[in-house]
Ligand binder design. Sequence first.
Ligand SMILES: NC(=O)c1ccc[n+]([C@@H]2O[C@H](COP(=O)([O-])OP(=O)(O)OC[C@H]3O[C@@H](n4cnc5c(N)ncnc54)[C@H](OP(=O)(O)O)[C@@H]3O)[C@@H](O)[C@H]2O)c1
Length: 287
Amino acid sequence: MIELALGTAQFGLSYGVAGRGHVVPEDEVRAILRRARQLGVRVLDTAAAYGDIETRLAGLAGDAPFSVVSKLPALGGACAADTDDFVKAAIQRTRAKLGSLLSAILFHRAEDLLGVHGGAAWQACDVDGANRDLRFGVSCYDAETLDRICERVPISIAQLPGSALDQRLHGEPSPSRAKVEIHLRSVFLQGLLLLPEEKATARVPSSSPSIARFHSWCRERGLPWLDAALGLAKGLPGVRVCVVGVDSQAHLEAIAAAWETVPALHAPALATADLDVIDPRRWSTIS
Ligand SMILES: NC(=O)c1ccc[n+]([C@@H]2O[C@H](COP(=O)([O-])OP(=O)(O)OC[C@H]3O[C@@H](n4cnc5c(N)ncnc54)[C@H](OP(=O)(O)O)[C@@H]3O)[C@@H](O)[C@H]2O)c1
């Protein structure tokens, strides 16, 4: 059973291709988190790199017993000895900020586990010792990278992108990935899938043919874009948690209502392998 989770990048950064251009105000974040709990959301996704939200999150969550997944900052060019210190210190900082809410830590930069010091970085997590109360994993941009990491270190959780246009998860899963809990992100492509067609293609011109196909598919079925995006996310195989980003309580209400009713959908014809469309790092956006 796939479960809905809430991302927090929007709460700490001016985020996304369709974003409102500033961080979500603190009162709104409090209200969103309160409502999320009422709606049954248990998991929050955050990171040391999302502005100061990792620091503020526990306070904003109040008494709500969320389970928080956070991410370590990128290692950069650390050497082996530095790697050990860097990772241990980063874990301690995240623990101090999130306390008992913290349930898992991901390497934000997948390459940090694949590089020459990847083994040292993993050892520093001390998954069977000091940090055995936490789960450790990685955030990736594609499943092939995840498979390479699984062959190297025994991670138990990973975050991957997937959406109506990015259906790469339908590919053959490697056996090494079988025990990894998959958290999906980017189901609205930072909100691109929920913008009117003209606005979306004006913001990300490379997405034009794919967005046109998505809109006509929704029109033919009388499906709102939100329902289609969530249904197609539910249809991706092997996903345990679906992380969505919201800028307001109204967004959350709309997502929760659609999530409740929409079935898992399949539309292979909407998939594209064009990274200029499905990888936001490659977007040359026009605002
Ligand atoms: N590990 C990583 O490297 C990584 C990278 C990206 C994201 N993440 C995580 O994933 C979370 C979600 O980010 P994402 O990129 O995956 O975003 P997303 O969920 O694909 O899209 C979120 C955006 O969709 C729009 N939206 C949401 N609900 C809506 C509604 N009901 N009606 C209209 N528009 C709506 C909002 O944008 P507007 O209001 O601005 O239109 C919102 O900011 C982040 O908060 C973060 O925790 C992780």
